[in-house]
Design a protein around this ligand. Structure first.
Ligand code: PAF
Length: 291
């Protein structure tokens, strides 16, 4: 695996490759979930001799003033070893000065209906930061395909829409969320949890499962409607709050665009996803389940 820090070296490496890359952008501190995305990228590359390119860049633009940019774990040496073992060909790990040589005044601002709901409502500017860096990385890597984890469901949806609206010739592929044995979705931020919090953390995925069961029951009874969905969301929020969590949201939305489903759509079997974000102690976790 080539470890590359500059844009010039990256361009030279991708120009020398026989086919356009398959790309996995990350912020590092890699876990099995990231490595599964690399393996998925390898499968997409198949026999096409496309290199698999990963990036590691902790993107200041997507962190709010009171968020964990400074403390976000930076574990480059270990990450590089893991990527190499997982079959990555090129790791692009630019410095901040390399990626943002000037203050990044030009930004990619996603539409409010995609980006100011759910995560965006609690993390203002987050999806502008994500879209800006991903667009820039796409320009630099020029991949034919890019893989994003479904754990960040809204991010995947925003990127899919960005690629369509900006006319970028890149196939966006979603990777399934990997979970620990107890069901906790793998995340770099799980490392912030104390031992006791780690035991409790499984309750977020349990809350999602409870909503999934409730939706399934209401579907069988043909009673799934906006009111019964709202009741399930409220129950899940209350269950988390009772256990000492500070939930931001537990919401059932259409998979297609993350808008709330109408009664008619719910009755016609609209594909749904339940998304949740909640703080446990100082750590904010997100998760989702397709229903
Ligand atoms: O999901 C992430 O790790 C980041 O949001 C991404 C896509 C690498 C952009 O910084």
């Amino acid at each position: 695996m080539k470890l590359i820090h500059t844009i010039a070296e990256l361009r030279a490496a991708t120009a020398a490759a026989p086919a356009a890359p398959v790309f996995v952008p990350t912020m590092g501190n890699l876990h099995e979930g990231h490595l599964a995305l690399i393996k998925q990228a390898r499968d997409i590359a198949g026999t096409s001799s496309s290199p698999v390119v990963a990036s590691i860049f902790v993107n200041r633009l997507q962190f709010g003033p009171n968020e964990d940019f400074d403390t976000y774990p930076r574990t480059m040496a270990r990450d590089a070893e893991l990527l190499q073992a997982a079959g990555c060909d090129i790791l692009f790990a630019p410095s901040e000065a390399e990626l943002y040589p000037q203050p990044q005044g030009f930004k990619v601002v996603p539409p409010t209906e995609l980006a100011d709901i759910l995560e965006g409502a609690f993390r203002p500017g987050f999806f502008t930061g994500v879209s800006t860096v991903v667009h820039k990385l796409f320009n630099l890597v020029q991949p034919k395909a890019a893989v994003f984890g479904k754990k960040d469901y809204q991010q995947l949806m925003v990127i899919r829409n960005m690629v369509v609206q900006m006319g970028l010739p890149i196939q966006i592929v979603g990777g399934e969320t990997l979970r620990a044995d107890d069901g906790l979705a793998l995340s770099s931020r799980n490392g912030y949890l104390s031992a006791a919090e780690r035991q409790e953390a499984v309750q977020l995925s349990q809350a999602l499962r409870a909503v999934r069961e409730g939706v399934a029951q209401q579907r069988v009874l043909a009673q799934l409607n906006a009111a019964s969905v709202a009741a399930l969301e409220a129950q899940a929020m209350a269950a988390l709050a009772q256990r000492g969590w500070a939930p931001d949201y537990v919401l059932v939305r259409r998979q297609f665009d993350l808008t709330p489903a109408t009664d008619a759509q719910l009755q016609q079997g609209e594909p749904l996803v339940c998304l949740a974000a909640a703080k446990l102690g100082q750590t904010r976790l997100i998760d989702n389940l397709e229903l």
